[in-house]
Design a protein around this ligand. Sequence first.
Ligand code: UDP
Ligand code: MG
Length: 324
Amino acid sequence: MDRITIIVPCYNEEESLDRFYPEVQRYVEKIPDCEFSYLFVNDGSHDRTLEKLRELAANHKDIFYLSLSRNFGKESAMMAGIDYADGDAVIIMDADLQHPAALIPEMVDFWRAGYDDICGKRINRAGETFFKRNMTNLFYAIMKKFSTSYEMQRDVGDFRLLDKRCIEALKLLRENQRFTKGLFTWIGYKKKEIPFEVQPRVAGKTSWNYLGLFNLAIKGMTSFTTAPLHLMTFIGLTVSLGAIIYMIFVLMGALIYGDPVAGYPTIMTVMLFLGGMQLLALGIIGEYLSQIFHETKRRPIYLVDEFNGERVIYNLTRERAIVK
Ligand code: UDP
Ligand code: MG
């Protein structure tokens, strides 16, 4: 009998939760020799998500929930789920049913066939704006160009089945600034992508906006490649070289032909260009500095407020989870 835990990060999902369990059950019940349990992670919701989870857990013995002390973000909520999950494999799924449960039987089949990390690959980016689509493309292009050790999976999100081996590997990666998508790629193991169509949200609204996505992209880049730093060094060198050549040119002009001093426009252009480059370079260094700042504090990735499981679990902060 295989045991699989379905991890569901939830942030203000009171409306989706009623429909989530029956919908997923419809598909997983039919899978032979497999026992499923659910681990919902309440990520500091402001609505009645926690009450809903308590209710669900009281009515179904295969439902567990973990409630974090505040909103830590989806990445941290997933990590909490991974730490507390218990089983031969886990499946990570969104609460809003955008990830079709119909894919689960196929995922389990691939897992049993020997794959370790089976993920859904979205084939429709419909409904996304032209701008968002292009920014996404740009992000993947930069990551592909600059991360040498491995290639980031494209159009692949957090909907995936992970074998115990992957879970153990992810538990080792305790970084604070989590870019989980990159971490999944980093751990390696045998991967399989299954195409699926992202469904519209059943209820509630997305918690992402452009600024959030931009920050995530920066986090992704600064967590997985130092290429921007090298690029700035390269640009700095090139610009300096250009400046030296230009200086010789100006000096010669003044000495040999007696040209008057070059005018205001040239000086302004060069000054503004260099000023801009310097600010950009400082900004890039700043991004890495902020990563270091956050990592060196070694704060826990999340804090647990409530757990309805039975095991005594310690996370790496050695804080004992509240166990009933
Ligand atoms: N989520 C979370 N913490 C957050 C934001 C989101 O746990 O701070 C959960 C949310 O409840 C959902 C999943 O992460 O189950 C995906 O979030 P959302 O649907 O807002 O993102 P999208 O599907 O638009 O990418
Ligand atoms: Mg969603």
